[in-house]
Design a protein around this ligand. Structure first.
Ligand SMILES: C[S@@+](CC[C@H](N)C(=O)[O-])C[C@H]1O[C@@H](n2cnc3c(N)ncnc32)[C@H](O)[C@@H]1O
Length: 276
C-alpha cells in the first residue's frame, strides 16, 4: 500500500521540540502510565531523527521506561538512515498518515494493524500541505488512536523558541480538535502577534479580520501591552498577568500560573476555530 501523503522538506533541528515535549509529558503522563504497552508515533521525523530520539529519551525518563516510540517517515531514504539509531523501544518505519504500527508483541511484520497508537505527534508536517488537506489528514491519523489517545499537530521556528500546536482527539467517527497551545521563550517575546507566523496550517490563513484566531491574537497583544508595567518583575510575571487578563476578559484559557510561567498558553479550540 502506498503511504498517504507526500515527501516534503526534511528540515529539523536538535531540541527544537522541547517545549512541545514538556507539555506532552504534562498532558499525557497519567494516561500513558495507565495503559498496557504504550506506543507513541512521531510522524514525519525529517532529515535526521534527532527530535524522535529526544522524545523517546524524555518519555522513557519522565513517563515510563517501557514506552515504545515509532518514528514514521514517508521518505524511505530518511527511514534507512535513521534505522541505525534504533534502540530498545525506538523503531523507525516507512509510512504516511495511515500510521503503520509494528506488532511489538510478536516482532512481526509492519502494516496497518488493529493496534492503535496512544499518541501521534506530527510536527512541522502539515505546514507543507494545503489547508484543505488538514481535516482529511487529521481524520486518517486520529482514527489510528487508541481510546483516550491524542494527536498533536504543531509547528515551530528553527530553534523552537516559538511553537504552536493543536491537540486533536477522535470521537469514534472523526477527528475532534480540542485546543490550541502557544509555547514561547518569554524573555524574547515582543508581542503575541509574533505567534501568527507559527500557526498550524489549519489556522495560518485565518489570521485575518473576522476570523476568531485573529481576534484572539489581537486580544492577546492588547492584554500583553496592558500589563507592560508588570514586566519590571520579569517576563514570566508579565506573561502570567497577560493570561489572567485574557481569562478575565472571557477567553477560555486553560491551566494556571504554573503553566503560564513557562510561556505556555492553551485556549479552547471553540474560541479560535475557523469560521467556515
Ligand atoms: C519539516 S520535517 C519535520 C521534522 C520534525 N518533525 C521536526 O519538527 O523537526 C517534515 C517531514 O515530514 C515528512 N512527511 C511529510 N508528509 C508525511 C506523511 N504523510 N507521513 C509521514 N511523513 C511525512 C517529510 O518527508 C519530512 O521529512
Amino acid at each position: 500500500m502506498k503511504p498517504i501523503g507526500d515527501i516534503t522538506r526534511g528540515t529539523t533541528n536538535p531540541n527544537r521540540l522541547r517545549r512541545a515535549d514538556r507539555w506532552f509529558i504534562h498532558t499525557m503522563c497519567s494516561y500513558l502510565r495507565s495503559v498496557d504497552d504504550p506506543i507513541c508515533v512521531d510522524l514525519g521525523f525529517g532529515r535526521t531523527p534527532d527530535t524522535t530520539i529526544e522524545w523517546h529519551d524524555r518519555l522513557r525518563h519522565h513517563v515510563r521506561d517501557d514506552i515504545t516510540i515509532v518514528g514514521v517517515e514517508i521518505d524511505r531514504h530518511r527511514v534507512a538512515e535513521a534505522s541505525s539509531a534504533a534502540t530498545a523501544g525506538l523503531i523507525f518505519v516507512h509510512g504516511g498518515f495511515e500510521v503503520p504500527l509494528p506488532d511489538t508483541r510478536t516482532g512481526g511484520q509492519l502494516g496497518v494493524r488493529h493496534e492503535r497508537a496512544h499518541a501521534i505527534r506530527a510536527f512541522n508536517v502539515l505546514r507543507q500541505y494545503s489547508e484543505s488537506d488538514v481535516r482529511p489528514a487529521w481524520d486518517v491519523m486520529a482514527a489510528r488512536l487508541a481510546p483516550g489517545g491524542l494527536l498533536v499537530d504543531g509547528t515551530c521556528d528553527e530553534i523552537g523558541r516559538v511553537c504552536a500546536w493543536i491537540a486533536v482527539r477522535h470521537d469514534g467517527h472523526a477527528a475532534v480538535p480540542q485546543s490550541l497551545t502557544f509555547a514561547t521563550h518569554v524573555g524574547s517575546l515582543d508581542t503575541p502577534l509574533a505567534w501568527a507566523e507559527r500557526l498550524p496550517k489549519a489556522l495560518i490563513h485565518r489570521n485575518i479580520p473576522g476570523e476568531p484566531v485573529h481576534a484572539f491574537l489581537t486580544a492577546a497583544d492588547r492584554a500583553w501591552a496592558s500589563v507592560a508595567g508588570i514586566g519590571v518583575f520579569g517576563p514570566r510575571q508579565r506573561f502570567i498577568a497577560m493570561a489572567q487578563r485574557l481569562k478575565e476578559d472571557g477567553w477560555p484559557i486553560a491551566d494556571t500560573s504554573a503553566r503560564w510561567r513557562l510561556g505556555e498558553l492553551t485556549i479552547a479550540w471553540s474560541a479560535v476555530a475557523p469560521s467556515s
